[in-house]
Design a protein around this ligand. Sequence first.
Ligand code: G3P
Length: 219
Amino acid sequence: MHKPIIIINFKTYPSSTGINAVRLAKICEKVAFETGEDIRVAVAAPDIHPISWVVSIPVYAEHVDPYPPGRHTGSVLPETVKAAGAAGTLLNHSEHRLGNKELEESIRRASKLSLVTVVCADTPSRAEEIANMKPDFIAVEPPELIGGDISVSKAEPEIITRSVELVKHKHNISLLVGAGIKSREDVVKALELGADGVLIASGIDKAEDPEQALRDLLP
Ligand code: G3P
């Protein structure tokens, strides 16, 4: 059995960007080393290099654009995040949604560079649609629960079981779930329902003591 995958999404909170992002990534690495858990971080593009320089846990970009190198001022390319030290990328997060054409191209471009692709979906049926694009992971997060205190595991367990059927059983793609996950109970329930891991943001990024918060929710 694989260890559950725990991705901490740093988003754009002041407490998890810039110098605070480096501090938080070091905490995640420390907890990963001490507990043996598979903890990965998804961080804003400007923070990828300073973080990947100082930690050895996997660092993912929060997003990449699908364009090729060249005349694309302001875009974040797969090549750029890879050169900065990213091992993968989130795509299509509810806070940064993509159309199908752009998403498919982003997955193709990132995969070509061997970046791990974690594609978010807001519903199980959208997850199944995305499964046909063959990302490495699909992360199902009901948008209305994101950033709140009630977890997907507690409020919408059937979303997890349905996603397990459509993503894991039907397409053989690893499934992560997220939204509102704040406790060990939330994590354990998601895993019991069949998820391979979880995505967590506010429970860690905004915690007064992120190290303790992270330790407290490990399965
Ligand atoms: O990508 C994870 C995220 O959207 C979940 O956010 O704050 O509900 O843990 P949060």
